[in-house]
Design a protein around this ligand. Sequence first.
Ligand code: 5GP
Length: 288
Amino acid sequence: MLPPRLSRRARRKAGMKAVAARQERAKVKEQIATGDLFFFDLFTDERKSVTRMKLIDLLQAVPGIGQVRAEIIFDRTGISPSRRIGGVGKRQLELLRQEFLLMKNSRRSGKLLVVSGPSGVGKSTITNNLRSDDRFWISVSATTRNIRTNEVDGIDYHFVSSDRFNEMIEGKEFLEWADFAGAKYGTPKQPVAEALANGKNVILEIELNGARQVRKNSNDAVLIFIEPPSWEVLKSRLINRGTESEQSTQARLDRAKEELSAAVEFDHILINHRVEDSVAELVSLALA
Ligand code: 5GP
């Protein structure tokens, strides 16, 4: 039997109700993120808009949790991320409380630091200086671009085929990924989660679109933008580096303009006059 047809007025009323519910859900999420609403109070909240919300959406919004830590919690408790707030049982609630307690009592867990900025600005040189510092862990991205002569597979990048990269996307193995100057780049999620859980400050050296994805999904990430002292300096660094074809250099310069205008979206801007100073500034931001 077909469902009864709604009158235009009833349809409008239903539409308005849906909008109001959406707005209420967004407000609850915001209140969790700002700390105005305590996560565990949600489980005694009888509003339909709350009971129907997915656990993953709210857990990720809790200050200090974000996407990566939320995934660790789901893994450890075995609770399904798509479970609705109203469907969380007593035992699961207890497991969640234990995880929160563990997080609070565990030694300070690491920060997620995103270092971004135009190609050629010196991001890798800066972050490479922290490789031997055991307070930090530098993420190794996967990429489909060709390996350069001075690079080592597994250290600079995991160089993979397009097919393998697509498999990793399908398998939801990336924290973020993006297309850049004709190749794909992505941050493998699992090693980042492990390093954070081990108390390391994790550094992702990624381009703008990737940084935006991390911002959206991890509200506790610290985003740092590296700027060149001037456009001319950037241009000559990129050209003199001699690692790219003329076409790739041009693509990178075109992208650089777009990236530079997005610096305001970041938490901190660091001008790379001298590598040593930039490294020191990065360390102090990380440990602040
Ligand atoms: P390159 O080809 O010069 O090594 O890198 C090109 C750009 O891709 C750089 O801006 C670099 O920061 C960025 N990149 C490297 N790894 C990743 C990644 O995992 N994700 C994203 N979104 N960008 C990346």
